[in-house]
Design a protein around this ligand. Structure first.
Ligand SMILES: C[S@@+](CC[C@H](N)C(=O)[O-])C[C@H]1O[C@@H](n2cnc3c(N)ncnc32)[C@H](O)[C@@H]1O
Length: 212
């Protein structure tokens, strides 16, 4: 999206100024960690609240930035399952989300995110996908039958750049990822149990509502 539009939209979200949130944003900025950021975080909370989500599963949680927003949405007694291959991220998430008073809503699984989704039983209100892009089709294939009717599948970075959007097999860099994300997007668009759109905020956020 254009830098002006991004700055304008971000400027409207300034009232979220909790110290832990600002610390997480500072860490993402200083280390270049790809957290979903200020434009997408509140969108995740909004989507989860809109479907009354109490049980959320995240594929790719990092140090807990997107989980912060989901944990607010599910409320006391709700569950946010976080996943990441790096145990250091779990430790950081425990610190940040503990200080935000949200850690009791988190179940953090260290290991492959898709394997963790397979291992956690039960129906889910919302699944959020933000892992390595080559794994997006696998994540969708598993998640689509686990989400309750009326629940949501949400995925980040589904456009990202022109190479993501229109896969170009001749472009070596990112071509495999582009094909995987494109396959994922097409599988969802063609699944008649889901109503889906791509919101072109930042790198593109796919939102799919299970209707049957
Ligand atoms: C884009 S970042 C996640 C950002 C997070 N959702 C946020 O907004 O802060 C992706 C994270 O997923 C992890 N990851 C990538 N592929 C994974 C996989 N297949 N299984 C588990 N973790 C994975 C990476 O270690 C990284 O921390």
């Amino acid at each position: 999206m254009s830098p002006q539009v991004e700055a304008y939209m971000t400027g409207l979200l300034g009232r979220h100024d909790e110290p832990v949130l600002l610390e997480m944003e500072a860490e993402a900025r200083s280390t270049g960690f790809p957290a979903v950021g200020r434009l997408v975080g509140p969108m995740l909370e909004l989507l989860a609240r809109a479907v009354g989500a109490r049980r959320v599963f995240e594929l790719g949680s990092g140090f807990g930035y997107s989980a912060y927003w989901f944990a607010r949405a599910v409320g006391p007694g709700g569950e946010v399952h976080c996943t990441d291959g790096d145990p250091g991220n779990e430790r950081k998430a425990a610190d940040y989300l503990g200080r935000a008073g949200l850690w009791d809503r988190i179940r953090y699984h260290v290991g492959d995110a898709v394997d963790s989704l397979r291992a956690v039983p039960g129906e889910l209100d919302l699944v959020f996908c933000d892992i390595d892009k080559a794994a997006y089709p696998r994540a969708w294939e598993l998640a689509r039958d686990r989400i309750r009717v009326g629940g949501l599948y949400v995925a980040d970075n589904v456009i990202r750049s022109s190479t993501m959007w229109v896969p170009d097999p001749s472009a070596a860099r990112g071509a495999a990822e582009a094909r995987a994300v494109d396959l994922h997007n097409r599988q969802i668009a063609e699944d008649d149990r889901y109503l889906s759109v791509i919101v072109p905020t930042r790198d593109g956020v796919l939102v799919a509502l299970r209707t049957s």
